[in-house]
Ligand binder design. Structure first.
Ligand code: NZQ
Ligand code: ZN
Length: 389
């Protein structure tokens, strides 16, 4: 394995009833003013809002609400939230939602404690956070991004047409409450999109050096098999607690840095999807589903042994009578079949991309990740986009 430093400052409370049990006590460690942040209103329909408010009332908190955080949160929304946090001098930011709410809250917690230009200093290039962001706690309502246990905040700068984020340990939430029953109400499309995002995080980490036996890859294979099994079960029965709780923890495990230890990592597909998102506002997991199989057909020959291992250990592809290339190819086909099986799109057209979308501009704006088996060029990314179209 490569050398690494591991740190994770988030305290996780997991399981049915965890919000009722712990939120009031947890919030009592902070001052009186809590900024409660959420998205488009799903928490008001499924009862989560009432449960959270009850606990905050119990702890005698003054609640300042910040609603309407959109999917793919914008820099403008971050600045709006930061202004509100500053105006009310909030003591704790509490994000209730999925990756979009959590990411927006992390960025707000930074921006509210910083006088400079946070985009230039922390998103456009790596920065050093030598001050304390406003304390942040999160309550997860959909499994997918794993944002609850890392310091990444993926934000879209609409003016620059750039969607990006970096993992700053200082931005890890202080606490994360994960009640799998909160995800029962997630619509099927969003559930499978989140599920595919989990799979993608693990694959993007797995398909990178080092490839010799290592514990990170072994954990990743178990996690990938789990996501496939648990998604199938949750589609059959959305209230399958075992499946939902596994998915929730698989999501966290995909992005809490553990499986990344000792790996170079790639995340090229994420770079491509983020720029697609910056230009089209497409759904993150669905965008990844369209891109992955085509991208992998472009790179698998350069990482043949690993793609063969993936086919056999993740998808159970029988190896007998096949060449290594045929086995690897069958693994990618199994991934594509799974995408269709769970109801995610396989073309950019299905994502809402059309002839007027400037695929070249999107391809040219993608970062070229260093960790993959094959170094992409902007020309090859454009070729991938065109094949996906
Ligand atoms: O906004 P509301 O009304 O709450 O509805 C949301 C939203 O429409 C709905 N939803 C969430 N929980 C629900 C629910 N509906 C019913 N019942 C519930 N319990 O789901 C919709 C999508 O929510 P969103 O937060 O956008 O989804 P997701 O968790 O997939 O987050 C996507 C964002 O996270 C970023 C993505 O790029 C994207 O911007 N990512 C963050 C990462 C990180 N910080 O580590 C890593 C990822 O790779 C990713 O880039
Ligand atoms: Zn992702």
């Amino acid at each position: 394995m490569n050398n690494f430093i591991f740190e994770n400052a988030t305290k996780v409370f997991f399981g049915q009833g965890c919000v009722k049990e712990y939120l009031s006590c947890l919030s009592s460690h902070y001052g009186k003013r809590v900024m409660l942040c959420y998205g488009g209103g799903s928490i008001k329909k499924n009862g989560i809002y009432e449960e959270v408010m009850r606990s905050l009332k119990e702890a005698d908190k003054e609640v300042i609400e910040f609603a309407g955080i959109m999917a793919n949160p914008t820099y403008a929304k971050v600045m709006e939230g930061a202004a509100l946090a500053k105006e009310h001098k909030v003591d704790l930011i509490l994000g209730v939602g999925g990756g979009s709410v959590m990411d927006c809250c992390k960025a707000i917690s930074l921006a509210a404690a910083y006088d400079g230009d946070i985009w230039n200093d922390f998103w456009a290039r790596p920065g050093i956070i030598d001050f304390e962001p406003v304390p942040l706690g999160v309550i997860v309502t959909v499994a997918g991004t794993g944002s609850e246990m890392n310091g990444g905040a993926v934000i879209t700068n609409e003016t620059l047409k750039v969607k990006t984020g970096r993992d700053y340990p200082k931005c890890n939430p202080a606490f994360a409450l994960l009640d799998p029953t909160y995800t029962y109400s997630v619509p099927k499309f969003q559930m499978v999109s989140g599920g595919f995002d989990i799979l993608s995080h693990i694959m993007e980490t797995y398909f990178s050096e080092p490839d010799e036996d290592n514990v990170s890859d072994d954990i990743s294979e178990a996690l990938m098999r789990g996501v496939i099994r648990d998604l199938r079960a949750a589609i059959k029965n959305p209230e399958d607690y075992t499946a939902r709780s596994n998915l929730m923890w698989e999501s966290t495990m995909g992005e809490n840095r553990i499986i990344k230890m000792g790996k170079r990592m790639d995340f090229e597909c994420h770079q491509m999807e983020h720029q697609l998102g910056a230009y089209t506002d497409c759904n993150h997991g669905a965008g990844l589903a369209v891109l992955h199989p085509v991208y992998y057909r472009h790179i698998y020959k350069d990482g043949l042994a690993k793609f063969k291992r993936y086919a056999i250990y993740v998808w159970g592809v029988p190896a007998e009578g096949k060449t290594d290339e045929e086995i690897a190819f069958a693994g990618i086909k199994a991934l594509e079949d799974f995408i269709v099986e769970i109801g995610l799109p396989v073309t950019l057209r299905e994502l809402g991309v059309n002839e007027t979308t400037d695929l070249k501009a999107i391809a040219d704006s993608c970062n070229l990740a260093p960790g993959s088996y094959k170094k992409m060029t902007h020309e090859e990314i454009l070729a991938i986009f065109k094949e996906c179209f």
